[in-house]
Design a protein around this ligand. Structure first.
Ligand SMILES: Cc1cc2nc3c(=O)[nH]c(=O)nc-3n(C[C@H](O)[C@H](O)[C@H](O)COP(=O)(O)O)c2cc1C
Length: 343
């Protein structure tokens, strides 16, 4: 498969759904850096959405677009109702979570445990496709517990394909539902990129997005020779600045990537507006923590954000002041370097 073929896929580069991380503020922050990356919400549990209403769970800025809404559920009817709300709220895709291994998710009968029920997942997909005009996709694992052969995975994919699903995102490791915590299930079962690549060969008309352990642009580009898209989770949160390079390196756009200070200033303008609307500084500060990761001053930056800005009542001035802490630390670093070289 040539890299050129996937240049037209809207799923070429995606930022993974992550509970308590990929909220609307993080998505806004990511969008400042990349106009092209496809963003995903945190998982929204269907019943909660239908109970509390769209405002609580679906509010977001049009600046974030394109954003996919990830739903958790296993009842075809309620999923269809939730999908309708998602489309009306402006999301570009409805994604069904069939990959999350947490106990809470298991007891609600959604997430990764649904891999054992391909027909139910197919019914859910069919039900949502019947009521929305945006793509309905599935995010899954390569297997669960002892249901982990390639044939079982291929049958699962065939079932959702028959129901009309044309895009799958596959976390390239199985999940052990008994015995491993969600965190361990993101680290211990080995990554099997070969399995995901085989699926792409066996289902050539399916858009296959690979996920798990991808943490650089070079690795992204390498995967794009074999699959249609790459989804990145933790690296997008822990080292977000590389997102500024995505439009140029992965999408071939010519605009120069933004520098950290410009990204910060643009986010600051957004934060000022959000503060006026009553959003807490704590929430707004969270996406910024790792902007300077790996740079001189990164520690001072994080300390200032968590000690000064995250306090209740901290205003925009204290946030704006963060940049001066990095500048001071960088200058101190340069002075120290100067002192060493002039010895
Ligand atoms: C803190 C955290 C929360 C997550 N929440 C979700 C979620 O809501 N829905 C989902 O499908 N996956 C969730 N995941 C899994 C990620 O989407 C992704 O599949 C996983 O982290 C592997 O990708 P990575 O190695 O690039 O991080 C979460 C992962 C983390 C670290």
């Amino acid at each position: 498969m040539s890299f050129e073929n996937v240049k037209s896929s809207p799923w070429r580069f995606c930022i993974a759904p992550m509970m308590q991380y990929t909220d609307r503020h993080f998505r806004y922050f990511a969008r400042i850096m990349s106009s092209e990356a496809r963003l995903y919400t945190e998982m929204v549990v269907c019943d909660a959405l239908l109970h509390a209403g769209p405002e609580r769970y679906l509010t977001h800025s049009t600046f974030e677009t394109p954003v996919a809404l990830q739903l958790g559920g296993s009842d075809p009817l309620t999923l269809a109702q939730a999908a309708i709300l998602g489309e009306a709220a402006g999301f570009c895709e409805i994604n069904l979570n069939v990959g999350c291994p947490s106990d809470r998710v298991k007891s609600g009968k959604f997430g990764a445990c649904l891999m054992a029920e391909p027909q139910l997942v197919a019914d859910c997909v069919r039900s949502m496709i019947g009521v929305v005009n945006i793509p309905v996709t599935v995010k899954t694992r390569i297997g669960i517990d002892r249901t982990d052969s390639y044939d079982e995975l291929a049958s699962f994919i065939q079932a959702i394909h028959d129901a009309g699903c044309r895009v799958v995102i596959i976390h390239a490791r199985k999940a052990w539902l008994d015995g491993l915590s969600p965190k361990e299930n993101r680290e211990i079962p080995p990554l099997r990129y070969d399995v995901v690549r085989q699926l792409k060969r066996d289902f050539p008309d399916l858009t296959v997005v690979i996920n798990g352990g991808v943490d650089s642009i070079a690795a992204t580009i390498d995967h794009l020779h074999f699959v249609d898209g790459v989804m990145i989770g933790r690296a997008a949160y822990n080292t977000p600045f590389f997102l500024a390079e995505i439009d140029r390196s992965v999408f071939g756009l010519t605009a120069r990537p933004l520098d950290r200070e410009t990204i910060f200033k643009r986010y600051l303008a957004y934060a000022a507006h959000e503060l006026e609307k009553g959003t807490s500084t704590r929430e707004l500060v969270k996406p910024l923590h790792y902007l300077y990761q790996g740079q001189p001053g990164a520690r001072q930056w994080r300390r200032h954000l968590s000690e000064r800005c995250a306090k209740t009542g901290a205003g925009i001035d204290s946030l704006a002041d963060s940049i001066r802490h990095v500048e001071r630390a960088v200058n101190a670093d340069h002075d120290a370097l100067g002192a060493v070289t002039t010895l």
